[in-house]
Design a protein around this ligand. Structure first.
Ligand code: ATP
Ligand code: MN
Length: 460
């Protein structure tokens, strides 16, 4: 299956060469003497312009009937283009149709469609410029994530999607249940009610399992889907999203922030270098200040302040928030955004949150009121990363788990890590879709994942 991808065709110089492209017709327009076809094959944002002349054997019968959306195979000769805005064009020698698209019912017409509408046709929306660009940027950044950690000597660990951890403090979990006929075939009593012998859920985070591997391999990361059964119908929450979670042994909160900061800077450089054309689309149509925002990440160090300082600043700001700011309550998105957008105008790490609003595994600070947590807040989004130094002291961890009414027997394995060769360790979770939103300035998180899952909606 040898044919040319349009991305390569547009990037290579030698003209007069014979090429073959395969893709979908974006538009066709006629002049008196010939037809212009704009073909896109998904390899890049740009279309290839094809010139079809009446001497093609099927010009009248086929070419003049081609409409937006049909799939084509075109061979011909690449030539310099006299037209503005493109270097080359393809002079067609043959045009074959793989599949037609009836113009009366094909939903993607030349006009711009709303993202809301495109969400209802999730099977066709990757054929639009912006959703195609998002798919390529997503793929590129996924690659960048692995490349960063590989360069830094991290081991990629595939943590489970089905877990039996009973409570991780991260959010509500979806239950995993087997059909009753499967359970009836089993003989032991426990399996009769639960496929795995006990209740199982879809994971909300790979962190606890990543800790296991960090405490053997030193530096690890997971990058996979996570699930939250919360009824959060916002533009920043999905029921299924992807999370990048590094975990490092022999590491404290400051080093954890250093990693998070260099990671984000790396990813932004990566997208600027590798996805310039796709990114340009978002800078042009979605956010005129996109490059300035990205430069803010690459150019200066992030701020680091304590939760207590953040609360003081917010209270002194005089701003009328929907949710009042009070020491001891969690920061809401409006507070997070006010901090990094209005007060600092740059990314801000907020550390040392009250222990009562954070999960059991975060390390208790000497004040015994706060824990070594860190959230990274960025303009336009609010929280993009949540992380912490983990509690490595066996006794302190037990006390804290009891305070939170957790069943210590369920966490024997987790406590064992503190019994056998414990060490300070830390890690964080980056919401991959939140990062994609940041990089593209897309307003709704449902548009940066191919098939969004949210309350009341899961197409296909
Ligand atoms: P939030 O307060 O914004 O709901 P969280 O504190 O519940 O987030 P964590 O449990 O700390 O989130 O998860 C780590 C990261 O995963 C977050 O910083 C965010 O980037 C991302 N994230 C969390 N929940 C969601 C979600 N429902 N959809 C998409 N990304 C999410
Ligand atoms: Mn968080």
């Amino acid at each position: 299956m040898q044919y040319n991808r349009i991305k390569d065709v547009l990037a290579t110089e030698p003209l007069q060469q014979k090429i073959e492209v395969r893709g979908w017709l974006r538009t066709r327009r006629n002049t008196r003497d010939f037809s212009f076809l704009e073909i896109n094959d998904g390899s890049c944002l740009a279309n290839l312009q094809v010139i079809a002349t009446p001497d093609l054997a099927n010009y009248e019968a086929i070419v003049l009937k081609l409409h937006t959306g049909c799939s084509l195979r075109v061979t011909g000769e690449l030539q310099e283009s006299p037209a503005k805005g493109q270097k080359v064009e393809l002079h067609a020698g043959t045009i074959e149709v793989y599949g037609w698209a009836d113009p009366d019912v094909y939903p993607l017409q030349k006009k711009r469609h709303s993202y809301e509408f495109l969400r209802t046709i999730a099977h066709l929306r990757p054929r639009t410029n912006s959703l195609g660009a998002l798919a390529r940027i997503r793929s590129s950044l996924s690659h960048g994530v692995h490349q960063f950690f590989r360069e830094q000597g991290f081991v990629n660990v595939h943590t489970p999607i089905i877990t039996t951890i009973d409570c991780e403090g991260a959010g509500d979990m979806f239950k995993v249940v087997a059909p009753s006929h499967t359970l009836q075939e089993k003989t032991d009593a426990a399996a009769n009610t639960h496929f795995f012998g006990k209740p199982a859920n879809l994971t909300v985070s790979g962190q606890l399992q990543a800790e296991v591997y960090a405490m053997a391999l030193g530096k690890v990361y997971t990058f996979g889907p996570t699930f939250r059964a919360e009824n959060s119908n916002t533009s920043r929450h999905l029921a299924e999203f992807w999370m990048v979670e590094p975990e490092m042994a022999f590491c404290d909160l400051a080093e954890n922030m250093d990693l998070a900061e260099s990671f984000l800077k790396y990813l932004v450089h990566h997208v600027l270098e590798n996805d310039a054309q796709d990114l340009q689309l978002f800078a042009k149509f979605i956010d005129k200040k996109l490059y300035a925002k990205l430069q803010m990440i690459t150019d200066k160090p992030f701020c680091r302040i304590s939760y207590t300082e953040a609360v003081n600043m917010l209270q002194k700001s005089g701003k009328n928030f929907e949710f009042p700011v009070q020491w001891g309550t969690d920061l809401q998105a409006e507070h997070e955004r006010y901090l990094c957008e209005e007060i600092f105008d740059q990314p801000v790490f907020v550390i040392d949150y009250p222990k009562d609003i954070k999960p059991f595994y975060m390390r208790v600070n000497d004040d015994n009121r706060t824990v070594a947590a860190m959230d990274l807040l960025v303009p336009g989004i609010g929280e993009i990363i949540g992380g912490s130094q983990r509690e490595e002291r066996y006794d302190v961890l037990c006390t804290r788990m009891k305070e939170m009414h957790l069943n210590l027997d369920e966490y024997r394995w987790y406590l064992d890590l503190r019994n056998f060769g414990t060490a300070p360790h830390a890690g964080f979770g980056l919401g991959f879709e939140r990062f994609l939103q940041f990089v593209t300035s897309m307003n709704n998180i449902r548009d940066v994942i191919p098939f969004p899952r949210a309350p009341g909606s899961a197409l296909y």
